[in-house]
Design a protein around this ligand. Structure first.
Ligand SMILES: Cc1cc2nc3c(=O)[nH]c(=O)nc-3n(C[C@H](O)[C@H](O)[C@H](O)COP(=O)(O)OP(=O)(O)OC[C@H]3O[C@@H](n4cnc5c(N)ncnc54)[C@H](O)[C@@H]3O)c2cc1C
Length: 335
């Protein structure tokens, strides 16, 4: 059997390795846009305070996967799924690969609110290792000119709070603007939001709640955010949630909602195609965009396709915590 996996995040790599442990004969191929290896996405939000992060974030090189008899096409984008003949089209090589089973593990991009899209060249996001490298580069340039960077983080959700905290403990000036009246209102009970606010403020973050961003602008080498007033910063990071990468599936006619629609066996509307990870939407319209359930999905799907499991995928119990320095929620968040 030829199995192709699109994506080399925790979903794609965990599936590939687990399936290989069941089958020595089947052909397993990972196609990924990444070029640096399989890395820890959660560590991105501690990417400023940790030394040597660009190396230590790599969990596994692609050559390590290859020694486990997993083919890897790195730095390669899948641009089409051709369901009529069970093939995918690759961008770089302009070549075609044939599959018997296709696993879509394309993850998610940063969500940019529509009114912000007009200004996309004025702000950054932190969603991938490439984003982190770009942000570290501009930070290092400022530091080499003896300037301690001043950042605005737009969005006080999980990742916005983590990034604000990490930049602040690294010594930078950080302002966090949030649209709501409390931080991480989707994940935390009000008492924990209050505690989180205190922790961030104590680490030097200026937190501005109830902020409606009306636009962005540039003034010489400064980037500006306008709410009721216009404030100047060295750089802006927009952190307003995530958006499953469904475009490829949608173009090929698979059923999509917020994510790619799958049944309880993680199978899409095409019997030869499965989806898992950030991109998969379960029948209860639920997404599971966290490491623990994603790894669980990957291991379950590998055993299912290797005829080692018959039951449907059942989400594990798990809690998740915000990696804000010095903060522990009294009521951890669970789906
Ligand atoms: C800053 C940050 C901090 C986080 N912290 C935590 C945390 O503390 N705990 C937690 O549980 N979760 C955390 N998360 C969420 C967690 O990292 C994600 O849920 C998880 O990494 C998703 O894994 P995935 O494999 O589904 O997708 P991804 O990791 O997004 O991987 C998808 C892969 O597919 C590739 N790809 C996409 N389209 C194509 C294409 N057309 N062709 C080829 N390749 C393609 C991408 O390049 C990427 O490598 C965090 C996320 C971020 C961004």
């Amino acid at each position: 059997m030829r199995i192709i996996i699109i994506g080399s995040g925790v979903a794609g790599v965990s599936f590939a390795e687990q399936y290989r442990s069941y089958s020595t004969n089947d052909e397993i191929t990972v196609v990924t846009k990444e070029n640096a290896g399989y890395y820890s996405r959660p560590l991105l939000s501690h990417g400023f305070s940790r030394a040597n992060i660009e190396q230590s974030i790599i969990l596994k090189t692609f050559d390590t996967l290859r020694t486990n008899n997993i083919n890897v096409f790195a730095d390669t984008e899948v641009i089409e799924i051709n369901r009529s003949d069970n093939t995918i089209t690759l961008f770089c090589q302009e070549s075609i690969l044939q599959y018997d089973k296709l696993i879509i593990a394309t993850g998610s991009a940063a969500f940019i609110p529509p009114p912000f899209r007009l200004y996309s060249e004025l702000f950054f996001c932190l969603n991938s290792l490439a984003d982190l490298k770009g942000l570290r580069k501009i930070r290092n340039e400022m530091m080499s000119q003896n300037r301690q960077p001043a950042w605005a983080i737009i969005g006080g959700g999980l990742i916005g709070c983590e990034v604000a905290s990490d930049l602040a403990v690294s010594g930078d000036n950080v302002t966090l603007l949030h649209a709501m009246d409390r931080l991480m209102e989707r994940q935390l009970v009000p008492e924990d939001s209050t505690l989180l606010l205190e922790v961030l403020q104590n680490s030097g973050v200026t937190v501005l709640l109830n902020q409606t961003v009306k636009g962005f602008s540039k003034k010489e080498d400064k980037a500006c955010v306008s709410t009721d007033v216009t404030r100047e910063f060295d750089a802006l990071i927009v952190s307003c949630g995530f958006k499953p990468r469904i475009e490829l599936a949608e173009r090929s006619g698979l059923q999509v909602g917020r994510g790619i629609k799958v049944n309880q066996s993680l199978q899409t509307s095409d019997v030869a195609i499965y989806a898992l990870g950030d991109v998969a939407e379960l029948p209860n319209a639920q997404l599971y965009p966290f490491i623990i359930p994603i790894r669980h999905q990957a291991h379950w799907l590998a055993s299912f396709l290797a005829n080692q499991a018959a039951d449907n995928w059942i989400p594990p119990n798990f809690v998740t915590k915000a990696k804000v320095h010095g903060f522990t929620a009294t009521h951890p968040y669970c789906i």
